[in-house]
Design a protein around this ligand. Structure first.
Ligand code: WQD
Length: 326
């Protein structure tokens, strides 16, 4: 089997490539390097630079490498930017997927793992989000992920392609410092940035209906997330016509305040946060029920928030050595 990993030079993709290699699977990376970094791709894994909007190039790569399965992670993923540039997000995330699926069907690839997001749920008003919780995305980003799931599933139904849509919750951590997320778009790196600037981290609202008033999320270590892709890839190989939709989370809720306390402890800073206004569109609580992934894949998260923060901080220090406290 050879797996094409689109977005394999990205933060999550590079972890998936490594997890697949550790599981003995051959991979080829396809990435436009708009956010991906070539150095993240292992030397023995071919890297093809290209866009998922380029159907001809995709067809060539699928044929040349005799690809039998695809893990599709290449996408734009900033919620705020998607509000400003919805057409760009629909083109990259939905049209790019449609073009890829056309090439995949033409090449008679058997398995397709799609990178989806908890953003498909929007503002869920439940303690634990199951895959049956109604989807009501709050941003064009979330809409493109939900539309992507529909495209993937409909293609599977029509052609027999086995599919899995993995709904990631809040991803953090790194397997190694050089694989860490370099973007500063999520809570953990945003707090690191404030601490590095000797400024107080921001809590976006502390008047939510949660135990400490701050938002509760389900943080998942990127190494666990990568292993979920391997498990999904294996499950799809079991036969044609499979159609899985799975939450990939830990099942545990952690508040923003708890995260900031732990980040202070791990980094050696002692910066109490400043409470600022709520960020529009933030749900109070989004925590996965991870039961279906456990039942279908035999997968569950193994790493805790402490591992995520510690490994993310090692990655941060690699790029910002001046942030070190000790
Ligand atoms: C987490 C919590 C913030 C920064 C987003 C996408 C989701 C997925 C993951 C992609 C929230 C609070 C943050 C800060 C804060 N993306 N916060 N101070 O919004 O849960 O999820 O990223 O696939 O689709 O929506 O993640 O890390 O931005 O925020 O108080 O400086 O931290 O308000 O409650 P979010 P996040």
């Amino acid at each position: 089997m050879t797996w094409l990993i689109t977005g394999g030079a990205g933060y999550i993709g590079a972890h998936v490539v490594r997890a697949m290699a550790e599981a003995g699977e051959r991979t080829v990376v396809y990435d436009d390097l708009s956010a991906g970094i070539a150095a993240r791709v292992p030397e023995d894994v071919p890297l093809v630079t290209g866009s998922t909007l380029d159907g001809e190039k995709l067809a060539r790569v699928l044929a040349e490498h005799e690809v039998t399965g695809v893990v599709h992670l290449a996408a734009r993923k900033q919620v705020g930017e998607s509000v400003e540039r919805p057409l760009h997000y629909y083109r990259e995330n939905v049209e790019g997927l449609r073009v890829l699926l056309e090439a995949v069907t033409e090449a008679e690839v058997g398995s397709f793992v799609f990178s989806s997001s908890a953003a498909v749920y929007g503002m869920p008003d439940v303690k634990l989000v199951t895959e049956e919780t109604p989807c009501a995305p709050m941003s064009p980003y979330g809409e493109t992920k939900l539309a992507g799931e529909w495209l993937v599933r409909a293609t599977g139904r029509a052609t027999g392609l086995s599919t899995a849509s993995l709904r990631y919750f809040n991803v953090a951590g790194a397997a190694r410092p050089e694989l860490a997320d370099t973007g500063v778009f999520n809570l953990v790196p945003m707090v690191f940035e404030k601490l590095t600037q000797d400024a107080a981290p921001h809590v976006f609202g502390d008047d939510y209906p949660t135990p400490d008033g701050t938002c509760v999320r389900d943080y998942i270590h990127v190494v666990d997330l990568a292993e979920a892709h391997v498990a999904a890839a294996r499950a799809l190989q079991a036969g044609p016509g499979r159609a899985l939709t799975l939450n990939i989370g830990s099942g545990e809720g952690v508040s923003v305040r708890e995260m900031i306390d732990r980040i202070n402890a791990v980094t050696g800073y002692d910066r109490p946060p400043t409470v600022t206004a709520r960020r529009p569109g933030d749900p109070a609580r989004v925590v996965a029920s991870a039961e279906r992934a456990a039942a279908e894949l035999g997968w569950k998260a193994r790493h805790d928030v402490q591992d995520m923060i510690t490994s993310a901080w090692q990655g941060w220090l690699r790029l910002h050595p001046e942030a070190a406290r000790t």
